[in-house]
Design a binder for this molecule. Sequence first.
Ligand code: CA
Length: 228
Amino acid sequence: MRVLLVEDEERIGQFVRRALTEQGFVVDYLVDGDEAWAATRSQSYDALVLDIMLPGRDGLSILRNLREQRDAVPVILMTARGELHERLEGLNLGADDYLVKPFFVEELVARLHAVCRRAGGEKLSRLQAGDLTIDLLTREVRRGEQALDLTGREFALLEYLMRQPGRVIPRTQLLGHVWGYDFDPGSNLVDVTVRRLRRKIERPGEEALLETVRGVGYRMRQVVEAGA
Ligand code: CA
């Protein structure tokens, strides 16, 4: 994990830098806000740890500028005791967390792991199998460039299957998770919906993604991406 640490009090900065490095983080350490902003434009970081009062632009300005540029990199603010107003402003500006100085460096390490985990989770708002993608936030489904129009139930079914690629999902499990039935209504509800879904996501000549496993259930094929 690559972290940008910005702290103008060098005694604190060097201490935190050393501690994070020992914990396996790759740390770029800067003392000036303008230099820090420039670094965020030219480098890619997994997280930023920003002091608020800095020479050049302050930590809150860096944070504001990042969010204005739609840069969602996780940011942890370091504040001095009593900087309640700045802390609240930071959270309003989209800081992911803050620490009040003095703090234990273990606390910073734990929070860095937490914000990076959360940021990683957001990337999971998109599921993909081959050239089929679904966006869990906008609920957009695409096969290649083609946008597909699914019903709510078809979407739920597809999402459930795509979350577990390569696994055979029994019909009873699909009934439970997609329809909320804890019993088998004795109809071919699942098969009918799968057929309809398949007609939408698989045009003739396209690679089949949704497989029937006879007598058991259905499986989304696990597509190995090139270079993966
Ligand atoms: Ca400072």
